[in-house]
Design a binder for this molecule. Structure first.
Ligand SMILES: *Cc1c(COP(=O)(O)O)cnc(C)c1O
Length: 377
């Protein structure tokens, strides 16, 4: 059996090597490292893939979120509601811009932001909601957008984990994750569903004015060379990363399909274990592209299971072990434990199994047998 990896990018590279290597070489030969034609090409290709009017590439997914918030003109003191159960980048940029983060609880089934919790958190100071499509599954965007409309709020989708997922509205209309709200962001960190060979990110919007504003912000607030109209940042996707992404984008649907197939096999092997809740899936099959395959354990020594799996050379992860509202940097007297029953429980119960495009049946059987061996003693 091949050694099991949490994330395995080598197989993907082998399949695109003949395209990636010469295009990287060409960038080096032409010294077109920054703002080269590859970046523009990737931007256009991604706009077409997502069905969105504007893609603005930038340096990473954290910048993408920050720049989206800057582009919307959010001001210090504005309240921004986001999920307590996610990666810290989301709340980090809110705090960095001196906006007021308002963390709310998530759903026990899909782990995404809870609509009732958002409703309860809205105040006259609320300006935006940031749903995160956690682990690759779209949040309940229809409900989020309805609330936003009712209260005149912006919505920024953190789509770092769900690129390529398709959201289906109740009337059957479909849209790609990240393009449903006013502005979306993503990350091309190597382990993401569409990853480059370094750092990268992008912002998506259908709003022409906002896209123009953001294009200036990513480039030092310049709309005309050496005229700085707004305070901006320096956040670029470099040409080499764009070349990798251009080579991978045509395979994104196939990558996501192989993740979904691996998830189906895990589900089938684990569905009859009473101490395990396999991932809940809302909506259609392509609503969840399994950035992570995350189980909920019931009455199992989770940390013992992690150790047991590791001792059999099975990597696994705990995403996320601490709620954001309990992190030193983000704890606040405003938060009451009673407001986070779901997150407080999830951090104790979740475990994420190896998930990538190269998992084979033998590996999945080995992993799931070891889990059963631990649980059944
Ligand atoms: C990865 C990730 C980010 C940040 O992306 P970087 O490219 O690493 O800056 C933001 N939000 C979520 C939910 C992520 O998973």
């Amino acid at each position: 059996m091949k050694k099991i990896q949490m994330v395995d990018l080598k197989g993907q590279y082998a399949a695109i090597k003949e395209i990636v290597n010469p295009s990287i070489q060409e960038i080096i030969d032409n010294a077109s490292f920054i703002n080269g034609p590859m970046v523009h090409e990737f931007q256009k290709n991604l706009e077409e893939y997502l069905g969105v009017k504007h893609v603005i590439p930038c340096a990473n997914g954290t910048d993408a979120l920050q720049i989206a918030m800057m582009g919307l003109g959010l001001k210090p003191g504005d309240e921004v509601i986001t999920a307590d159960f996610t990666f810290a980048a989301t709340v980090e940029v809110i705090a960095l811009l001196q906006l007021t983060p308002v963390l709310v609880d998530v759903n026990p089934d899909d782990f995404n932001i809870n609509i009732e919790a958002i409703k309860n958190a809205i105040t006259p100071k609320t300006k935006a909601i940031v749903p995160v499509h956690l682990f690759g599954q779209c949040a309940n965007m229809e409900a989020v957008m309805d609330l936003a409309k009712e209260h005149n709020l912006y919505v920024i989708e953190d789509n770092a984990q769900a690129i390529g997922a398709t959201y289906t509205y109740s009337d059957g209309k479909k849209a790609k994750a990240g393009t449903i709200s006013h502005v979306g962001s993503t990350s091309f960190f190597p382990s993401k569903n569409l990853g480059c060979y370094g750092d990268g990110g992008a912002i998506f919007t259908n709003d022409d004015t906002l896209a123009h504003t953001i294009r200036g912000i990513v480039n030092h607030g310049m709309y005309e060379r050496y005229h700085h109209d707004v305070v901006g940042v320096n956040s670029r996707l470099d040409s080499i990363q764009a070349a990798v992404l251009n080579a991978k984008l045509p395979h994104l649907d196939a990558y996501n399909k192989s993740r979904i197939e691996a998830a189906n096999k895990y589900d089938a092997a684990l569905k009859d274990v009473p101490q395990i809740e396999t991932p809940f899936r809302s909506g259609d099959a392509d609503n969840h592209v399994f950035h992570q395959y995350t189980l909920k354990l019931k009455g199992v020594d989770r940390d013992g299971l992690v150790k047991f799996l590791n001792s059999h050379d099975i990597p696994c992860g705990v995403y996320y072990p601490i709620p954001l509202h309990k992190q030193k940097a983000y704890q606040d007297a405003r938060y009451k434990e009673a407001d986070f029953p779901v997150t407080n429980q999830l951090v104790k119960d979740v475990i994420s199994l190896p998930m990538h495009t190269e998992l084979d049946d033998e590996q999945i059987t080995f992993i799931t047998n070891k889990i059963k061996e631990f649980i059944n003693g």
